[in-house]
Design a protein around this ligand. Structure first.
Ligand code: C2O
Ligand code: CU
Ligand code: CU
Length: 478
């Protein structure tokens, strides 16, 4: 760990010089980046990660085998890039689970580094949460058990080994875990091949086409990948599709829209469906967040090409301003629809405890910036908040930085966002959430009820580079 820390320190020293003033403001610049590889967009088809099949389905429990290892992937045309993935696929395969049906996953670590596999958004016991200190040693394996005793939600896996999560996830260690339930299945939303997970991320490549990892390198990860391919196209039928979109980047925020400004129907967020569909033109996703949307391509003539654009920086607009292209190439029947009522959210019990959380990172350009929760760096031996089991609490989370955006993620619970900047939140954030953006100077109020498991869990900034710098803390429910 010490060696690793020193390594990160060195990376910080080089990457940290860019940490000055206005460069951190997320705006799109229209300049062309001379160092960027001349990569043409929309050359590759967007793959859909395969659904992983259980190795056994005994006694109502599905058992899966996964491994973490190095492999190579063809990300750039004709180039083999070394990546770290689940089961050799970049991004990893999708696990589709059902509420009430436990999943057991044997995770084998084939790396020469420890890993901790965290199921983001899952209500899991502390032993199965993939805590940063509860790692799988190189060469060994362990079982994680997920009871799936929670409502449907688009969850995802990623590494959480302290100081390594950032680089490991950047190199490819993430995968979807789509948890379904009867309530969701009863709805006539698009399903089967018309229900498509899309993991978005960014990357920086060196001249040899290898992933270049520099700590907090927010300015240079300007190649946008969708399901592992740069600016791919995706051929669709002229009908409705459901897309589960995940921001699996380390530090990039997306604001997405269709190039014609067309309607996107947001049906869900991190913790599952919204109560009612939200018809919108834009989607906001900070690192770790998910949106569940329906797009109706039947309004377009065959031959239409629609770019999914990103209006949020940093980076040159001609690179980071586009994400993928939908090509409407065929017709298909469409029995699906988006009902006016999607679900009823659990009630909000009155809160009895209020806490204040501040998030801050050194932004004065110093060589080794620190990143803090309530002015302290993560210490696995310290409990930062002690919570009475069963209680409902309101946490007021403030980003005290002037330039650096953060977001706030809690393990174990799905929370509700009560306020942003002192006002009510919009419909996009009105459902269950486990991660929420907190922009510079902003305050967000969230409410959670801690009535599932007892034990120690993390809360942290989900910009992995910040988490690796120490922007994490622990709560203990007892
Ligand atoms: Cu994606 Cu600690 O979480
Ligand atoms: Cu998490
Ligand atoms: Cu942060």
């Amino acid at each position: 760990m010490l060696t690793r820390r020193r390594l990160l320190g060195a990376a910080l020293a080089t990457g940290g010089t860019a940490l000055t003033g206005a460069a951190l403001t997320p705006v799109l610049t229209a300049t062309s980046a001379s160092a960027a590889p001349a990569l043409q967009p929309f050359q590759a088809a967007m793959p859909v990660p395969a659904t992983l099949q259980p190795v056994s389905t005994f006694n109502g429990t599905d058992t899966y085998e996964m491994y973490v290892g190095r492999t190579s992937a063809q990300i750039l045309p004709g180039v083999s890039t070394e990546v770290i993935t689940f089961n050799g696929s970049f991004p990893g395969p999708t696990v589709r689970a059902r509420r009430g049906r436990p999943v057991v996953i044997r995770q084998k670590n084939r790396l020469d580094m420890p890993v901790a596999i965290h199921l983001h958004g899952g209500h899991v016991t502390p032993e199965n949460d993939g805590d940063p200190m509860d790692t799988i040693a190189p060469g060994s394996a362990r079982f994680y058990r997920y009871e799936n005793d929670q409502a449907h939600a688009p969850l995802w896996f990623h590494d959480h080994a302290h100081h390594m999560e950032s680089e490991h996830v950047y190199r490819g260690l993430s995968a979807f875990y789509l948890l379904g339930d009867d309530e969701e299945r009863a709805l006539p939303l698009p399903s089967g091949q018309y229900d498509v997970p899309i993991a978005l991320r960014d990357a920086r490549f060196d001249d040899a086409g290898q992933l270049l990892y520099v700590m907090d390198d927010f300015q240079n990860r300007n190649t946008i990948l969708a399901n592992g391919k740069p600016w791919p196209y995706f051929q669709v039928a002229a009908r409705k599709y459901r897309f589960r979109i995940l921001n699996s980047t380390n530090i990039r925020f997306f604001t997405l829209r269709l190039s014609d400004g067309g309607e996107i129907i947001q049906v869900g967020s991190d913790g599952g469906l919204l109560e009612t569909p939200h018809r919108t033109g834009t989607l906001s996703l900070s690192p770790g967040e998910r949106v569940d949307v329906v797009i109706d391509f039947s309004r377009y003539p065959l031959g239409t090409q629609l770019v999914l654009e990103n209006t949020e920086g940093p980076g040159p607009a001609e690179q980071v301003g586009k994400v993928l292209r939908f090509d409407v190439t065929r017709t298909a029947s469409d029995p699906s629809s988006v009902p006016a009522r999607l679900r009823t959210l659990p009630p909000l019990p009155p809160a009895t405890v209020h806490r204040q959380i501040s998030m801050r990172m050194d932004e004065d350009g110093r060589a080794n910036p620190g990143a803090y929760m309530n002015d302290q760096v993560y210490d696995a031996a310290r409990i930062d908040q002690t919570i009475a089991w069963g209680s409902t609490e309101i946490w007021t989370v403030t980003n005290t930085n002037r330039f650096v955006p953060h977001n706030f993620h809690m393990h174990l619970v799905q929370f509700r966002v009560l306020e942003r900047g002192g006002g009510p939140v919009g419909p996009a954030e009105a459902g269950l959430k486990d991660t929420v953006r907190v922009m510079p100077g902003e305050t967000v109020k969230v409410q959670a009820t801690f009535d599932s498991h007892r034990g120690k869990y993390l809360y942290h900034c989900h910009l992995f580079d910040h988490a690796a710098m120490g922007m994490m803390a622990q709560m203990e429910i007892k």
